[in-house]
Write a protein that binds this ligand. Structure first.
Ligand SMILES: [Fe+2]
Ligand SMILES: [Fe+2]
Length: 165
């Protein structure tokens, strides 16, 4: 792999690991605020973001390049409401999408077709990620009383993952 692509992969690995820690923080806030459904959803997302970082790292290792990990910033931990939480998640996914596109552009410019193929999966994945994040913002925005927030929390995992509850 060319150094410029290795650098882009390392930067994207940092973004995926950052997303994982941010979602873990969102999960803890939700659990502590008695929203067990949201807490479960974000715990699953945190685990998923970790697998994204691992997917990029495996590709590098398969091709004889060594992933290098950096320090992670402390995630945000203070939120006023589930609206704040949903908006933070959406902003994070949008930023991750930009990261994926930048990584793909670096791979494309370097003529690295193997990396481009791997990153095509990430492009598709980001479409799905923005779907749930946008839907979460809508669902939380519609819930205007404690009772409706309770109902959203109770069904959020099923709603966003398509799983029956
Ligand atoms: Fe991701
Ligand atoms: Fe994501």
């Amino acid at each position: 792999m060319k150094q410029v692509v290795i650098d882009a992969f390392n930067a994207q690995i940092a973004k995926e690991r950052d997303a994982s820690v941010v979602y873990e923080s969102l999960s803890f806030w939700c659990a502590a605020s008695d929203y067990p459904g949201f807490a479960e959803f974000f715990a699953k997302q945190a685990a998923e973001e970790r697998t994204h970082a691992e997917k990029l790292a495996k590709h590098m290792l398969d091709r004889g390049a060594r992933p290098v990990l950096g320090a992670l910033a402390a995630p945000p931990s203070q939120f006023d409401s589930l609206t704040d939480i949903a908006k933070a998640a959406l902003a994070h996914e949008e930023s991750n999408t930009r990261g994926v596109v930048e990584t793909l552009e670096a791979a494309k410019a370097a003529g690295d077709y193997a990396a481009c193929n791997l990153l095509a999966w990430f492009v598709n994945e980001q479409v799905e990620e923005e779907v749930w994040a946008n839907r979460m913002v809508v669902l939380v925005g519609r819930a205007t009383c404690a009772g409706s927030l309770y109902a959203v929390d109770r069904h959020i995992v099923a709603d966003l993952t398509g799983k029956k509850d």
